[in-house]
Every structure is written in structure tokens, then in C-alpha cells.
Design a protein around this ligand. Structure first.
Ligand code: C2E
Ligand code: CA
Ligand code: CA
Length: 697
């Protein structure tokens, strides 16, 4: 009788006390088991054995040899060991030596099998095959997890269901200043800054409901300092009960990020020169304040402040002086505001002040007055004693607008009016200003069109000697016959052109057209006459203005002494230093110069001596009342006398009546211009008019 190895594998069944059937045992094991007899032939096997080795029913007949069994499996493609023959022989050899064998085998489908061969007393052996793919992966994952836990840069806390810490990694210790062992047993919520108990309650609630929470919180470290962290908590549920058993908390220190963000915010929200909030910050502040004011029914004031003639300081004394002056102004304004008020610098010399809790518009006026007073005292920068004044526009929320943009736009319109009404003052926004602003925008739009379509033309108004009534020249005057609106007077569109800078392009066109026109008239037989062209301050400031004039003269062939440039008194005074230079150059080119609208600015004649002028034009507003208003008459005649003492010739403009003409002539006025002798004429009419009176000799 041969020894049946199964005998020793047969324990007693607990119920019967009799040995269990070998088959039952083999099939009951979770591993794949194959039993081989002493002559190394298969005698018993479990289904799992067949499955793991990927053998089929017909392969597994009792009596097949162990090596053959493996060869069969290899042939079927289940495995491909490096040296298949020695692999197939390995368990057999071990068994014959009565030794345990053990190897891992990679199946073609990437499952790893662990195979043990166990020799049995009296010969024969058992092969026990286990699929260890998952166990291997788990072990690997476990190792990885541990590494991550130990070396992660962020704090990781592993807690029980009630957030008591079970394990804490080194990073969490570093973050909180506690040793890992000190952390164990504490609750995570105990580490969070309890500044907002509501928030903690919300977190707990959210975690209980959704099993996860993330957000930014502040931890309290061991020394009680706050540390901003981004926190993420995730629940690990008990798979059977579906109850949260553990939580994993990830805590990342964001103090550096927050610092960098704050720094960025500061930079993007502040003006580097004065340290005041900038335009972006102002917009954010308004976005925050306005809804609150709306809710509380609280009126608010927005003051837009623009410095008068700041550009002059910058241009004449340099940017450094200008910058220091701005800083001093920022300080003075900030000093007189209340804590709740807000001041921002939104452009070169533009400041915005928000008064969030005024009762009446008069409160805003009081602040505006205080600012005007504060800026009245001179400012010392280096060795300069500087003076400036503000023009302030005020808009009131909600009456003048409920949106920040609207309030700013309206304050701007009011500021513009403050400037126009003599500067160093403030103005409240009114509906009328709104209308004017809209009209200005409309004119700007149409003017751009007009330039593109060549709608602008020039008229020419003759000027005469006062005594003989002999033409001396013409003044070129812009005309804009709009196809729909009819004639748009220069007083309406020239200020817009000046503000928008369109005057540069238009002015150059005027100069070119006027010079060529006079040259054509000369060629057509007109005696040499002066062509007077109006030039705006903005044009004078153009860097290459003189070169442009020289170019036009050369191009047209007009003798320079026949060109007269008219500049208003106020535009000279805008920037006297720079203007002297430009006018001197023009003078040296042979061009003559007239000062326009004299009497409306605030210059003294003595000051004008510094400029190389030829003519002085008495403003038509003085001429208009010369017969009746003794004051105007005194100014007009006084001006004539003074001008003569400075060797300037005087032209009176706007002469409409014979009486005015006579009075002016009697008082020594040199030349006359006005409707009384001729209105402005189109080029053909002007030529006919002039040619009849002054043919070339
Ligand atoms: P302005 O330089 O003082 O020009 C004289 C203005 O007085 C002209 O008005 C002219 O038509 C008007 N005028 C002439 N005689 C009389 C008169 O007897 N009575 C009255 N009431 N007015 C008279 P206009 O053409 O409407 O021009 C107005 C202003 O527009 C000019 O004042 C000037 O400042 C500006 N302007 C006109 N053309 C140009 C230009 O080409 N360039 C620049 N920058 N400004 C121009
Ligand atoms: Ca003029
Ligand atoms: Ca004038």
C-alpha cells in the first residue's frame, strides 16, 4: 500500500470526529493547492490551483507529473520564465531532496504568484499557490504613504471620528511648534484660532454633512502666534458601517504666499510716489462703500482735485521738484481729513477724496475750503518757494449718480468748471454741466469726422490802418459748415480741439492753408499783406513747432515777415518761461507776433516786455462798450498808450461802428479789425476785396 500524503492533511471534523475529506480541505483553502504523490504525480487539487496556473480541466488529470504540468501551462502562455526547464524542474528537485521550495512567478497578465512547495513526510509534496499581486501593491503603497507622511512639506494629521489627533507628521510639528507626541490626543479644532466660533461650528457641520472641508484658517502655534494655513479635511469612512471613523487633515502654511499677495496688493493698489491709494484702489473702495451708503441712505461726497498749473512746475523745475511737491500736497490733504475719509491719487496731479459720511453738501464745501486753505501756503522744495492752488469738482451720492464711474465723471465735469471759473476754487456738479459735457463729447466725435472729410475751411478777415482805412493784412479764421448742424462757431469747437489735442492737427492744417493761400494771392497780383494765424498754447508746446512753421514757410514760399502768429495772452501766461524761447526763435526766423485778446489775462505789460512782440490786440469785449463804459474806454486807451511806450503796435478787434472806429483812431490805435470795415470772407471774396484796394505795384 502506498502512502497517501493526504492522510496527514486530514484533521478531524469537529462534528463527527472523523477525518475530513482531503478534497474538502484542499478546496476549502483560499490558496490554490495541488498535492503530488511520492512519485511526483498530481493526486488532488483545488479549483483555485487550476485558476491561478491557468490550467484547463483536461490538463488536470490525476497522475500528471508536476514538471509536465508547468510545461503545459507555459505552452498555453500563462507564464514565460527565463529558463523554463529549470523552473519546471525546481519543485520536483526540491521535493526529491525533501526541501521546502519557494519562488515568485510573474504571470503573463502581470499577476504575481507566490509558489511554495512543501515536502511531506514519506515523499510527495504540496504546491501552494497564492496570488500576491494585491498584497504586493498594498505593501508598496504602504511604504509610499509612510514616506509621504514623514517627508511631506505640509502638515498631515490623522484623527479619530471626533478630530482627536492619532498621528501627526513631522511637518505638522514644525508648523505648530508642538512635538508630534504633544499633538497626539489634542483635537484639530483646539489648534485653530477661535477668533470666529461661528466659522468653527460651520466647519464641523460641513464636515459632518459632506465628509470634507477645505478653506483657509489660522492655526495657533505653541507660542500662541497665528499661522495662516490652507486646510483640507477628508473623512475616511468605515467601509461596512458607512460611518466616519477617521479624518485626514492636510495643513499647508500659506503665510509666505499671503505676505507676497499682500505685497502685490499693496503695489498694485498704491501710488509709489505718495504712498496713497491709486485709481484701482479707489475703484475698489467705491465698490465697497457705495452699496453700504445705498443701504443706509447715507449721502456721500466725491471731490476731484486737480492742481492748477502743475505742469509748469514740472516743466520748468524738473520732475524731481514736481514729485516732492506732490508728496507735500498728499501729506497736507491727508492731514486734514478724518479717519473715515479716503484720499487717492489717480493721475499726475489729480487726487480724489471721498467723504463717506456727510450730512449736507455744505460739509463737502467746508472740506474743499479747508483743502484750498491748506494748499495756499507756499511749499519749499530744495531752494524753491513754490505756489500752487487746487481746482476741485464735487459730486454728491446719490443725487449726482449712484455708480462710481458716474460720480467721478461728474466730479470731473465740475472740476473743469472750477478751472474755467478762475481756478483755486471748487464747484458742485450740476445738470447743466452734464449737458455741456455731453455736448463736448458730441462735438469731439463730429470734429474727428470733419477732419477726415475735410469739412473745415478758412475765412479771412481784413485788418486796416486806423487812419487811412488801408488793408494791412488778414486774420485767418476757422469755419466749420457742418452738413447737418449748419455753421458750428469756433468758440464751441476750438476749446474741444484744444482739450483733446486735435488742435495740433487742425492748427497745422490752418497754417499750411493760410500760407499757401497768401502766396497764391501774391502770385495772382496782390500787394504784400500780412497773414495772421491763431495758434493755441497746446501747439506752442509741441516740441517741433518752430521747425514745423519753418517747413511750412519754405514749402509755400511765403516770405516769413508776411506771417503773423497770434497767441492769446492767457496761453503765454500758462508757461511763460517756455513760451519766451519759442517766440524768440520764431522772431529770429522773421515771423511777426501778436498778442491776442489782450486785457482778458492777468499779465502786466511790463512783463510782456520780455517777449519779442510786434502787435497787441485789444480784446473785442473792451471795444464793444468803448462808447458807453468809461472803464472799458480807460482800459482800451491806457493799453494803447502803454503799448506804444513798449514799441508795440495796437490792433483793435471787434470794431462794429463808426463811433468806435473814430474813438480808437483819435486815441492813437494803429489798426482796426471788425465788421464795420469787413466781416470775415471766404477766400474768393477776400481776394476780390483786397485786390480792389491793394493791387501789386
Ligand atoms: P479771435 O482770435 O479773437 O478772433 C476774432 C473773432 O472776432 C472771430 O470770431 C471774428 O469772427 C470775430 N469778429 C471779428 N470782427 C468782429 C466784430 O466786429 N464783432 C464781433 N462781435 N465779432 C467780430 P470767430 O471767427 O468766431 O473766432 C472765435 C475764436 O476762435 C477766435 O477768436 C480764436 O480764438 C478762435 N479761432 C478761430 N480760428 C482759429 C484757428 O485757426 N486756430 C485757433 N487756435 N483758434 C482759432
Ligand atoms: Ca485772433
Ligand atoms: Ca481776439
Amino acid at each position: 500500500m502506498t502512502f497517501n500524503p493526504l492522510d496527514i492533511l486530514s484533521p478531524l471534523a469537529p462534528e463527527t470526529g472523523r477525518p475530513l475529506g482531503a478534497k474538502a480541505i484542499v478546496s476549502g483553502l483560499p490558496q490554490g493547492v495541488g498535492i503530488f504523490t511520492a512519485d511526483l504525480r498530481l493526486c488532488e487539487w483545488s479549483q483555485e490551483f487550476a485558476t491561478l496556473l491557468q490550467l484547463q480541466a483536461e490538463d488536470l488529470q490525476a497522475g500528471i507529473g508536476c514538471a509536465d504540468l508547468f510545461r503545459l501551462a507555459i505552452r498555453r502562455g500563462a507564464f514565460s520564465p527565463d529558463d523554463s526547464e529549470s523552473f519546471c524542474q525546481y519543485p520536483v528537485n526540491q521535493a526529491m531532496r525533501g526541501q521546502f521550495g519557494h519562488c515568485d512567478l510573474l504571470r503573463a497578465d502581470n499577476h504575481t504568484l507566490n509558489i511554495h512547495s512543501i515536502p511531506m513526510v514519506g515523499g510527495g509534496f504540496a504546491l501552494i499557490c497564492t496570488d500576491i499581486t494585491e498584497r504586493r501593491a498594498n505593501a508598496r503603497n504602504g511604504q509610499l504613504s509612510l514616506k509621504m507622511f514623514l517627508h511631506a512639506p505640509d502638515g498631515i494629521l490623522f484623527t479619530d471620528h471626533d478630530h482627536h489627533i492619532i498621528e501627526a507628521n513631522p511637518a505638522s510639528a514644525q508648523l505648530t511648534g508642538y512635538e508630534p507626541a504633544e499633538l497626539v490626543g489634542r483635537t484639530v479644532f483646539g489648534l485653530i484660532d477661535p477668533a470666529s466660533p461661528e466659522m468653527l461650528a460651520n466647519m464641523r457641520e460641513h464636515l459632518a454633512e459632506h465628509g470634507r472641508w477645505d478653506g483657509e484658517i489660522e492655526l495657533l502655534d505653541k507660542s500662541g502666534d497665528k499661522i495662516p494655513v490652507s486646510a483640507k479635511a477628508t473623512c475616511v469612512e468605515d467601509q461596512q458601517a458607512g460611518q466616519p471613523v477617521n479624518y485626514i487633515w492636510l495643513l499647508a502654511d500659506i503665510s509666505e504666499r499671503q505676505w507676497a499677495e499682500a505685497q502685490m496688493r499693496h503695489i498694485t493698489r498704491h501710488d509709489t510716489l505718495t504712498g496713497l491709494p491709486n485709481r484701482a484702489a479707489l475703484a475698489a473702495c467705491l465698490a465697497e462703500l457705495l452699496p453700504k451708503a445705498q443701504e443706509r441712505g447715507q449721502p456721500m461726497a466725491l471731490l476731484l482735485l486737480d492742481l492748477d498749473r502743475f505742469k509748469m512746475v514740472n516743466d520748468t523745475l524738473g520732475h524731481q521738484v514736481g514729485d516732492q511737491m506732490l508728496c507735500e500736497i498728499a501729506t497736507r490733504i491727508s492731514r486734514l481729513l478724518r479717519e473715515t475719509d479716503y484720499v487717492a491719487r489717480i493721475g499726475g496731479d489729480e487726487f480724489v477724496i471721498i467723504l463717506p459720511d456727510i450730512t449736507l453738501p455744505a460739509d463737502a464745501a467746508a472740506v474743499a475750503n479747508k483743502i484750498i486753505a491748506a494748499l495756499a501756503a507756499s511749499i519749499r522744495v530744495e531752494h524753491h518757494e513754490l505756489h500752487t492752488s487746487p481746482s476741485i469738482g464735487i459730486s454728491i451720492f446719490p443725487g449726482d449718480g449712484v455708480a462710481g464711474d458716474t460720480l467721478l465723471m461728474h466730479a470731473d465735469a465740475a472740476m473743469y468748471h472750477a478751472k474755467a471759473s478762475g481756478r483755486n476754487t471748487f464747484q458742485f456738479f450740476t445738470a447743466e454741466m452734464n449737458r455741456l459735457t455731453n455736448e463736448r463729447l458730441e462735438i469731439e466725435r463730429k470734429l474727428r469726422h470733419a477732419i477726415m472729410r475735410n469739412e473745415l475751411t478758412l475765412y479771412y478777415q481784413p485788418q486796416f490802418t486806423a487812419d487811412a482805412g488801408q488793408p494791412t493784412g488778414v486774420e485767418a479764421l476757422l469755419r466749420w459748415p457742418h452738413p447737418v448742424d449748419g455753421q458750428i462757431p469756433p468758440d464751441r469747437f476750438i476749446p474741444v480741439a484744444e482739450e483733446t489735442g486735435l488742435i495740433i492737427e487742425i492748427g497745422e492744417w490752418v497754417l499750411v492753408t493760410a500760407c499757401h493761400q497768401m502766396k497764391r494771392w501774391l502770385n495772382a497780383g496782390l500787394a504784400p499783406l500780412r497773414m495772421a494765424v491763431n495758434v493755441s498754447a497746446r501747439q506752442l508746446r509741441q516740441r517741433h513747432f518752430c521747425e514745423m512753421v519753418a517747413g511750412v514757410l519754405a514749402d509755400s514760399g511765403l516770405p516769413p515777415e508776411l506771417l503773423e502768429i497770434e497767441i492769446t495772452e492767457s496761453s503765454i501766461m500758462e508757461n511763460p518761461q517756455e513760451t519766451i524761447g519759442v517766440l524768440t526763435r520764431l522772431c529770429s526766423m522773421g515771423v511777426t507776433l501778436a498778442i491776442d485778446d489782450f486785457g482778458t489775462g492777468y499779465s502786466s505789460l511790463a512783463y510782456l516786455k520780455l517777449f519779442p512782440l510786434d502787435h497787441l490786440k485789444i480784446d473785442r469785449s473792451f471795444v464793444a462798450d468803448i462808447e458807453h463804459d468809461l472803464n472799458d474806454r480807460a482800459i482800451a486807451f491806457g493799453t494803447i498808450a502803454l503799448a506804444h511806450s513798449l514799441n508795440l503796435k495796437v490792433i483793435a478787434e471787434g470794431v462794429e461802428t463808426e463811433e468806435q472806429h473814430k474813438l480808437l483812431r483819435a486815441n492813437g490805435c494803429d489798426e482796426i479789425q471788425g465788421y464795420f470795415l469787413s466781416r470775415p470772407l471766404n477766400s474768393a471774396a477776400a481776394f476780390a476785396f483786397l485786390h480792389a484796394r491793394c493791387p501789386a505795384p
